[in-house]
Design a protein around this ligand. Structure first.
Ligand code: C5P
Length: 233
């Protein structure tokens, strides 16, 4: 008997201003090897058979630019380009208002500025989200980690064995995703990713092995690495 396929929708938040890089164009629109960085990211999801619908969330004023990309690069799974909000979680909530019209059963959220994502990792997250309800890719930290106190004096150390760095894509069953967003609104909680909202709402979050090269473009050093990797792909 053929296994039932669940509908998978993707939210790509790209509404950040990327101030940390000090460039005049937000980093998601930088042209790298013939394509805007955002398009490199979208294409990984376009090519992944499991993905049905994609909604891209951008800053006010960038909507038409990204709609032009959708045409130019024939991004067939992109259903809409919507305007983001002040915080990342507001952008995700705005995107969800559109994505929900396509009735996804599994929702993935991926930082638009992680263009080195692979189809294999996308599939691993979908698999675990279906099985456990919520899944995130993680990698180990190799350096010793401390807590910074006042006046740049270390106030404590963290157990490296237990620490992990969380990446995206993060995957959730629809009910868990929706209830966690509602819980965050009701309790006015803020978070830098969706898995922490899911955790705060009381659901378990399953970790899957992430990828060291799934870098979130944040600094000029990240850009150097990403450019070099894209050149070899
Ligand atoms: O700011 P941060 O590094 O967490 O951004 C992660 C992703 O979230 C980026 O792709 C960024 O464009 C997006 N973002 C957003 N809306 C915001 C802030 C960030 O869509 N208000």
């Amino acid at each position: 008997m053929k296994k039932q396929k669940l509908r998978v929708g993707v939210l790509l938040p790209a509404a950040g201003e990327g101030r940390r890089m000090g460039m005049n164009v937000p980093k998601q629109y930088l042209h790298l090897h013939g394509k805007p960085l955002l398009v490199h990211t979208v294409l990984h999801f376009e090519r992944c058979e499991e993905i049905d619908d994609i909604v891209i969330i951008v800053s006010k004023g960038f909507e038409n630019r990204v709609r032009r990309y959708v045409k130019k690069y024939s991004l067939k799974k992109v259903r809409s380009v919507v305007t983001g909000g002040e915080r990342r979680q507001d952008s995700v909530a705005n995107g969800w208002q559109d994505l929900k019209k396509y009735f996804p059963e599994i929702i993935l959220v991926h930082d638009a500025v992680r263009p080195l994502i692979t189809e294999k990792l996308i599939q691993a997250v979908i698999f675990s989200a279906k099985k456990f309800g919520a899944a995130v890719p993680v990698i180990q930290e190799n350096n010793t980690m401390c807590v910074m106190g006042k006046g740049n004096v270390v106030s404590g150390y963290l157990s490296r064995e237990k620490m992990r760095i969380i990446q995206t894509p993060q995957g959730f069953k629809k009910e868990i995703f929706v209830k966690s967003l509602q819980n965050a609104i009701a309790k006015k909680t803020a978070a830098t990713d969706e898995s922490s909202l899911v955790f705060q709402a009381g659901y378990p979050v399953k970790a899957v092995e992430g990828l060291r090269l799934n870098i979130k473009l944040t600094t000029k050093e990240d850009l150097l690495i990403i450019k070099n990797i894209l050149r070899t792909q």
